[in-house]
Design a protein around this ligand. Structure first.
Ligand SMILES: Cc1cc2nc3c(=O)[nH]c(=O)nc-3n(C[C@H](O)[C@H](O)[C@H](O)COP(=O)(O)OP(=O)(O)OC[C@H]3O[C@@H](n4cnc5c(N)ncnc54)[C@H](O)[C@@H]3O)c2cc1C
Length: 203
């Protein structure tokens, strides 16, 4: 899996604080002052100010199952690789950690058979958009996700939680790492959700 930052609002914390200060006609002294204000607003639940900054991620090497979960977030915007247009004959499966080596070999065999049938369908003149119906849910896909910081916090809260499935949890934790590095005051309070993944998930 790869989670790559494509775009983030430049100097996002300063920008959010500047927008927030319009309501009081006040001015911030420096970055630390802005960060204090952002943390205070989040603590007060005044999260609409976070809608003034956004980020775009390119996420690849995730399963269609995971993509289905991510795209349920209605306030985010998505572009997903299309199986109607892209030839998926080199498609690979994502391996769930619960699969033993034997399970994995069986899954690979099933993928191989599905891809053979897919190819046969194409050869018979069936269009890609219909041939893809035989492909498994675990096949890799890629997508682009754009969301404002308020929605990103919502996604991270839900998807870094231990209740979330391992794959989307890993996506969310990687997004959190990137967002935290760029705008710590906007995401620091979500750290407790990311830490168990950091310690166990990647170790
Ligand atoms: C652990 C877990 C298990 C899940 N299991 C299932 C499952 O079994 N089946 C299933 O179908 N889904 C399941 N989901 C998906 C879940 O139901 C949501 O669709 C998904 O998490 C998106 O959340 P959301 O609607 O809060 O957020 P978003 O769509 O990202 O929206 C953000 C927020 O905007 C507001 N909002 C957005 N649209 C509206 C609206 N139309 N009206 C009012 N307010 C709105 C809400 O406050 C919402 O929380 C699961 C999610 C999780 C995290």
């Amino acid at each position: 899996m790869q989670v790559e930052l494509v775009f983030i609002t430049p100097e996002a914390e300063r920008h959010i604080a500047r927008c927030a200060r319009v309501s009081h006609r006040s001015a911030g002294k420096d970055l630390e002052d802005d960060r204090r204000l952002v943390r205070r607003l989040i603590a007060l639940g005044h999260e609409s100010v976070l809608e003034h900054a956004s980020a775009t991620f390119e996420i690849s090497g995730i399963s269609r199952a995971c993509a289905n979960q991510l795209t349920r977030h209605r306030l985010a915007s998505f572009i997903q690789e299309s199986q109607r247009y892209v030839d998926v004959r080199k498609g690979e499966l994502v391996r769930p950690p619960s699969y033993s080596e034997e399970d994995w070999q069986e899954a690979q065999r099933l993928l191989h058979q599905a891809l053979q049938l897919y190819e046969a369908f194409l050869a018979r003149g069936i269009p890609k958009e219909d041939a893809r119906y035989v492909l498994p849910l675990g096949i890799e896909t890629r997508l682009v996700l754009t969301a404002n910081f308020r929605e990103l916090r919502h996604i991270l809260r839900l998807r870094m939680s231990p209740e979330a499935q391992w794959e989307i949890r890993e996506v969310a934790c990687r997004m959190w790492e990137i967002l935290y590095a760029h705008a710590p005051s906007c995401f620091a309070d979500l750290r407790p959700l990311a830490e168990p993944w950091g310690k166990e998930g990647r170790a």
